[in-house]
Ligand binder design. Structure first.
Ligand SMILES: NC(=O)c1ccc[n+]([C@@H]2O[C@H](COP(=O)([O-])OP(=O)(O)OC[C@H]3O[C@@H](n4cnc5c(N)ncnc54)[C@H](OP(=O)(O)O)[C@@H]3O)[C@@H](O)[C@H]2O)c1
Length: 272
């Protein structure tokens, strides 16, 4: 098997990030599983190793530039044997809901700032940290997990939507600059996915409405163009396609509609 490069997946402690880490490791990539919860990342890395892969858990807070360097880069340890990080999956993200006029100033936390710090600046900072080595090597893969919220609006999610639009806009420009560099940058934009993040959305809707959890889940599934929630494995499959292929500046919009493996009915690909 061809040696795949050292790969970093942010937000790999659960949900979509864990599925991505497992998929890329199964293909043969040594994977650093990073998030704030080292314990969760260790569980995912242990599962990969038990499955015969190479994985390294790491503590990472993408909002903290010092942590990216001191906490992650300087703590790579055994993972360094695989060479520089040449594949980067920016998956870490947060999603909270609030009416668009409520910033949360009363609580001292501006919800817009909070989302931008993780969902946009976090990904942007990771790219600034790792893209130079990729450019020097003239090969690298960057996959940004944005969202359908980077392509359209959702009520009560203005902060999330704004941060994902920022990530999509930044990525569109960066991909054009990267053309012919050997480094590709692509975007994955899923509609609602079965994950702990969506579980949180269900809980919040149940608290605020008369809907049951089952009704709420069915309501969210019905928002997806394909009519079902997307599996984390399907997202991971699209990431593998971008990591292993040559495409650059492409948006993969995951629509839902069954399937653990993406096909023409469940994923739409277009130029970013
Ligand atoms: N679920 C959906 O319906 C959906 C749809 C479209 C796009 N997405 C996007 O897909 C990505 C993954 O979503 P998910 O559904 O898997 O969410 P999730 O279950 O809530 O997992 C989010 C991951 O991000 C990590 N994270 C959060 N803040 C972080 C920070 N400051 N630094 C480092 N890691 C951080 C979390 O770990 P710690 O808390 O331990 O740090 C966790 O591992 C997100 O970018 C999300 O916006 C999700």
């Amino acid at each position: 098997m061809t040696q795949l490069p050292l790969t970093l997946v942010t937000g790999a402690g659960r949900g979509i990030g864990a599925a991505i880490a497992m998929r890329l490791a199964r293909a043969g990539a040594p994977v650093i599983c990073a998030a704030r919860s080292l314990e969760a990342c260790t569980e995912v890395a242990d599962a990969i190793v038990a499955d015969g892969g190479h994985a390294y858990p790491a503590h990472l807070d993408v909002t903290d530039p010092d942590n990216i360097r001191a906490g992650l880069v300087d703590a790579l340890g055994d993972a360094r044997a695989h060479g520089p990080i040449l594949w980067l999956v920016n998956n870490a993200g947060i999603a909270e809901t609030a009416p668009f006029l409520r910033h949360g100033r009363a609580s001292g936390v501006d919800i817009y700032d909070k989302h931008m710090r993780v969902n946009f600046h976090g990904a942007r900072r990771m790219i600034e940290e790792f893209a130079p080595a990729m450019l020097e090597a003239k090969r690298g893969r960057i996959v940004n997990i944005a969202s359908s919220a980077g392509l359209q609006g959702y009520p009560y999610a203005a902060a999330y939507v704004a941060s994902k639009h920022a990530l999509v806009g930044y990525s569109r420009s960066a991909a054009r600059e990267l053309a012919k560099s050997g480094v590709t940058l692509n975007l994955v934009c899923p509609h609602y996915v079965e994950s702990p993040m969506t579980d949180g959305t269900v809980t919040r809707i149940v608290e605020k409405t008369a809907k049951t959890p089952e009704e709420t889940r069915a309501f969210l599934a019905a928002q997806n163009p394909g009519g079902t929630l997307i599996s984390p494995e399907e997202v991971a499959e699209v990431v593998w396609r971008f990591a292993s292929g040559q495409e650059n500046g492409v948006i993969a919009e995951l629509l839902g509609g069954k399937g653990r493996v993406p096909d023409a009915e469940t994923v739409r690909f277009y130029e970013a």
